[in-house]
Write a protein of this length. Structure first.
Lengths: 128, 128
DNA sequence: ACTAATTTTGTAACGCTTACAATTAAGTTA
DNA sequence: TAACTTAATTGTAAGCGTTACAAAATTAGT
């Protein structure tokens, strides 16, 4: 994957990418750093940020502006989806995209991507 | 409006609220501060943040997590709408919401609000 | 006018992110 | 393999938006 985009697949970058890809929580840079510094004792925060930027530029990751002051990351090759943020437990759930999203846009506009964030209570918190 | 929510309508708060309400650009805290410090020479950044928080808590403003590291503000009493961010000129356009947004959500979830951000090229930048 | 409560203000600090230079590692050529 | 070139990693320091806090100023009610 990285070779195709002229990215050198270093051990750190592989670790960052596969962690985000296998992690269901859309982790932040700091979460990634904390979880990986066990395997890479010399890991630097800067490396995590560098990797995240490189992988984002290569369209392997997507940045989620879901939480103020904390960028979160998503594995991009997955099918497009929205996100639901529970205001109580803070968990983030993937949601399917509603059909006909582009319907309501002015003609002449060119859409690169659509970001949908629902906020509310998840089913578990809603019961309590 | 503020009285109804137990908010004291100070001159600064009125200025912040009416500036956001009449400003089509969804301004950031810093933009608000810059534009208002002419009328209020002693205005403090903290006051702007305080006012924005108070007005947000009172549901008169809405926070937009559109731009990383820069919260933007929207006048809430307007009908619900999405936002289109042009990747070239950076302008933010209001867009109508697509119908049946809640369709795709898991039952049991309670939706407080939906945020939709389109990214791409606006009609003017698209022509160039 | 007096008191009590709220708001504004300025400074300092916080947290996430970036800039930068030095070190290390990885590819390339001979 | 050895020398060379390029790219990635690391640590420190700085940047930026935001928040915490205490003092001063303003407002509201008696």
């Amino acid at each position: 994957m990285m070779h195709r985009n002229g990215l050198r697949p270093s051990a750190q970058r592989i670790a960052v990418l596969s962690f985000v890809a296998n992690c269901r929580t859309h982790p932040s840079a700091d979460e990634i750093y904390s979880r990986l510094s066990g395997k890479f004792p010399s890991l630097s925060r800067t490396t995590v940020y560098n990797s995240l930027h490189a992988l984002t530029d290569a369209s392997l990751l997507r940045e989620l502006e879901i939480e103020s002051g904390n960028m979160r990351y998503d594995f991009k090759p997955q099918p497009a989806h929205g996100h639901f943020v529970c205001r109580k437990c803070g968990k983030i759930f993937d949601t399917p995209l509603p059909r006909s999203l582009a319907d309501s846009l002015t003609p002449g506009f060119c859409i690169d991507c659509v970001e949908i964030v629902y906020r509310g209570l998840c089913d578990i918190c809603n019961k309590q």
